[in-house]
Design a protein. Structure first.
Length: 521
């Protein structure tokens, strides 16, 4: 099956069922199917051919979903990207994948920096968003076309474009935390295989309704869309993630059965919302991925959060989202574990010599399965290095216990060498998260003339902590070897975040040098 056929099949089976719920109202499957068909006809009308790239730079919403699936219906490759005047992925992605069409909003199209980048695309369609789409009075922006006017002229009938399951469905540009964003190529087969596995272990059905705060330009967000389209379920789109009480209100109002978040999502809900007052009797499961969540926060969520199954999950953009999960029944028994491989995936811990590591022995996680990307767009050397006969090299270090449950210890590039000692930055972050005053913590390295490199910590606090830096360094010193204690601890109001809510470690690495050279408080 093809990704867009997930929508077509559910529209056939459940035409009146609700596919999406937004602030503007509910959209049934039949309407979403017709709108995505209009987008497909629109793309074909401007000369889009099989395999061409189409940028979709919109916030989550009905138009974003229809534009994304419409690209695939036209036989093209969808390239979902963050919208906005400060989107740092838009320019590099356009230069890399050379799209022939784009759908974006007026804020993005009117920004001077983005306007120059969009000018390289032959056909740019602009929407002012759902609140003003009905007025059809969108201002003219030089070099662009009105989306609403163009869609009016397009039929809602299905498009017969030649596509196979091995064709690219999308290119997802990663956050670029270690450099320029790179495009991960994902086929229809990749996405559908991963969605099938997730549906199986979460037990999703047409009765499920999940709240989505994760952007669809992020593969975790897309996995929510694909899985619910597959079963005929509903997604409640909530773009006000910066307001955690609003998120909780949406969960209550729409009686959601599922919720997904990254570690910072749960930190916000635990420390900046009225979580204790939330009434969520319909919530049956919660999923967490997008980076390691500290054990202390998992335990806090189990104590203070809603009574719903909690799934710790692990994955990568290169895996179409998911690689492993820990069943809720094993959560307390295997705290800190990412579980074992999802159905249809093989996960091994591999030593440097290529052999399979013994239980307890640390190595790199390597994955195989139909969900694994064929590689990176325009990066043959990196593709050869990370993808091969042995599988996809994740870059994550971990070990398997005697039961086969996997535990992460860090990433290859998060291992630093302090003098003669190798240090995993995640271990330091976990120690900081154990402090009652710490809300979030991230550790990066900074150069040092004597030791080569040293760890620098950045934290946010739940409540004021007198003499925070010496107090937190002393806290770490009581738990870690001396060379693992961060040489500086900087307290921030907020940790810098990427679009999907992950901590932006590239920005922190840029700040670490100045923090290192400042005199300690």
């Amino acid at each position: 099956m093809l990704v867009h056929e997930l929508l077509a099949e559910s529209a056939r089976r459940f035409p009146a069922a609700i596919a999406l719920v937004t602030a503007e109202g509910a959209v049934p499957y039949s309407d979403l199917e017709r709108l995505s068909n209009r987008f497909a006809h629109l793309y074909l009308s401007v000369g889009v051919s099989r395999g061409d790239r189409i940028v979709v730079a919109l916030e989550n919403g009905v138009e974003m979903v229809a534009a994304y699936l419409g690209a695939m219906k036209a036989g093209a490759v969808a390239v979902p990207l963050p919208a906005g005047s400060r989107s740092d992925r838009l320019g590099p992605a356009i230069a890399d994948c050379l799209p022939v069409a784009c759908v974006t909003d007026a804020v993005t199209a009117e920004a001077p920096a983005q306007r120059e980048r969009l000018a390289a695309i032959p056909a740019v369609f602009v929407t002012n968003g759902p609140r003003r789409a009905a007025s059809r009075t969108q201002p003219e922006i030089e070099g662009t076309r009105s989306l609403s006017s163009a869609l009016e002229r397009c039929p809602a009938s299905p498009v017969d474009a030649e596509t196979t399951s091995g064709d690219l469905a999308a290119i997802i540009y990663t956050s670029g935390s270690t450099g320029e964003p790179r495009g991960v190529m994902l086929t229809h087969r990749n996405f559908v295989a991963n969605a099938t596995s997730i549906v199986q272990y979460l037990g999703l059905t047409a009765a499920d309704r999940a709240l989505c705060v994760l952007p669809f330009n992020y593969v975790y967000g897309l996995s929510l869309l694909h899985t619910h389209l597959m079963v005929g379920g509903s997604l409640v789109i909530e773009n006000r993630v910066a307001f955690p009480n609003v998120v909780l209100s949406s969960m209550e109002e729409h009686e959601v059965t599922g919720f997904a978040g990254v570690p910072s999502t749960f930190a916000f809900l635990l420390h900046r919302s009225n979580l204790a007052e939330a009434r969520l009797p319909h919530l049956r499961y919660v999923t967490q991925a997008g980076g390691a969540m500290p054990v202390s926060r998992i335990l806090e969520w189990l104590e203070r959060g809603p009574r719903a199954d909690f799934y710790v999950m692990y994955g990568a953009t290169e895996a179409s989202a998911r690689l492993s999960y820990l069943p809720p029944a094993d959560l307390r028994r295997k705290l800190g574990s990412i579980g074992s491989a999802i159905p249809g995936v093989e996960l091994r811990v591999v030593r440097e010599d290529g052999g399979t590591a013994a239980p307890g022995e640390v190595g790199e996680l390597v994955a195989r399965g139909e969900n694994i990307s064929p590689g990176y767009w325009n990066r043959p050397d990196e593709t050869s290095e990370r993808f091969g006969a042995g599988g996809y090299r994740t870059g994550d270090l971990g070990y398997a216990d005697s039961d086969g449950c996997l535990f992460l210890v860090g990433r290859l590039h998060d291992m630093i060498k302090v003098g003669a000692n190798r240090v995993g930055l995640r271990e330091i972050e976990d120690a900081l998260h154990d402090h009652a005053a710490v809300s979030e913590a991230a550790v990066v390295s900074a150069p040092d003339d004597l030791l080569g490199e040293v760890p620098i910590a950045f934290v946010t606090l739940r409540h004021p902590l007198p003499d925070a830096e010496p107090a937190l360094r002393a806290f770490c010193a009581a738990r870690l070897a001396p060379y693992k204690v961060p040489v500086r601890v900087a307290v921030l109001t907020e940790l810098p975040k990427l679009t999907a809510g992950k901590v932006d470690k590239r920005t922190l690495r840029e700040q670490a040098f100045s923090v290192r050279t400042d005199a300690p408080a």
